[in-house]
Design a protein around this ligand. Structure first.
Ligand SMILES: C[S@@+](CC[C@H](N)C(=O)[O-])C[C@H]1O[C@@H](n2cnc3c(N)ncnc32)[C@H](O)[C@@H]1O
Length: 191
């Protein structure tokens, strides 16, 4: 994609998500969950240590970071394209919460740190073109350490066709594995 098109797409994404988080409270969005139990189950099952570097991509106003802090995790980062979403999360947690906040478009982001856990709930399915999928995987590869874990929660093959008014790509575990299979030493488990 020519650089100007990439910039325009990023600006459109930014505008869409800022408007959502400026108009809706955290409990009004369709993806709200009080307790991110599936993600926590995966993190706990895999024995992720409390000093692990955890990145929640497209974290929005998710309470995952609250749950991780409550469990003693000390190195958490929330990345989202919407500064409004990150502000809401930051205000909820309070200024003393040890969380790194990264307002960025994942598809143009260049990580300056590496992580033990890449967590994505309901972001990857918003990426519907091969070029953007490639950009997502580039960011994932650049951001994770060898042996890191990635959790991708997407709509299933028979799931909804849209999310936040946007078209989605839906996946079964094998399709996800095939797309992500270029990553080093993948180990796949379907939830
Ligand atoms: C359906 S919401 C899910 C939010 C959160 N993961 C949760 O489970 O509550 C999708 C999130 O991804 C963010 N997002 C969408 N596209 C993004 C991008 N290209 N880069 C970073 N964040 C993005 C949105 O701002 C929004 O917070």
């Amino acid at each position: 994609m020519p650089p100007n098109d990439a910039g325009a797409s990023s600006a459109r994404r930014h505008q869409h998500w800022e408007a959502i988080y400026e108009q809706k409270t955290p409990t009004e969005v369709s993806w709200y969950q009080r307790e991110p139990s599936a993600s926590l189950k995966w993190i706990e099952q895999r024995g992720m240590p409390p000093d692990a570097a955890v990145l929640d991509v497209g974290g929005g106003t998710s309470m995952l970071v609250d749950a991780l802090l409550a469990r003693g995790y000390t190195d958490t980062t929330m990345l989202d394209i919407s500064a409004a979403a990150l502000d809401t999360s930051r205000r909820r947690l309070g200024l003393l919460a040890r969380v790194k906040w990264v307002p960025a478009d994942l598809l143009t982001w260049q990580p300056v740190a590496t992580y033990d856990l890449w967590h994505d709930r309901a972001v990857f399915h918003l990426i519907v073109t091969p070029g953007d999928r490639h950009r997502y995987l580039q960011a994932l590869r650049a951001a994770v350490l060898p042996g890191a874990m990635a959790i991708l929660g997407t709509f299933a093959a028979d799931g909804p066709e849209r999310c936040s008014g946007l078209p989605v790509a839906r996946y079964g575990p094998h399709e996800l594995a095939a797309i992500l299979g270029g990553l080093e030493a993948p180990q796949w488990q379907a939830a």
